[in-house]
Ligand binder design. Structure first.
Ligand SMILES: [Zn+2]
Length: 104
């Protein structure tokens, strides 16, 4: 079963800008739709980003996201509430695309 992608306003804005990332972003989104935990370089983040995941888009560019079923299981919902508005009404198979960042 495919996952449902939800995007934040921030992500939408960012997606418009880096034109050289468009193709890779499209591919990354497709992969996230199929298997968000099995993506290459999909990793769970720590400290301030606990409960979130990142995966590689291209070179240093990472996409930060959450998966509803994972958040619920790990009880990260309190800290991730802002990332997933109305989470309780979302399917477990929801991937929230939060933002893009440049890792150094
Ligand atoms: Zn959620």
């Amino acid at each position: 079963m495919a996952y449902i992608l939800r995007v934040t306003e921030t992500y939408q804005q960012q997606k418009k800008k880096p034109t050289d990332l468009q193709k890779q972003l499209q591919r990354t989104e497709e992969r996230l739709r199929r298997a968000p935990t099995k993506l290459a370089h999909s990793e769970e983040l720590k400290a301030g980003l606990k409960g979130k995941r990142s995966c590689r888009i291209k070179s240093n560019w990472r996409l930060i996201f959450t998966i509803c079923e994972e958040c619920r299981e790990a009880k990260h919902q309190d800290t991730n509430l802002l990332d997933c508005p109305g989470c309780a009404d979302q399917s477990d198979k929801t991937v929230n695309l939060l933002y893009i960042m440049d890792y150094h």
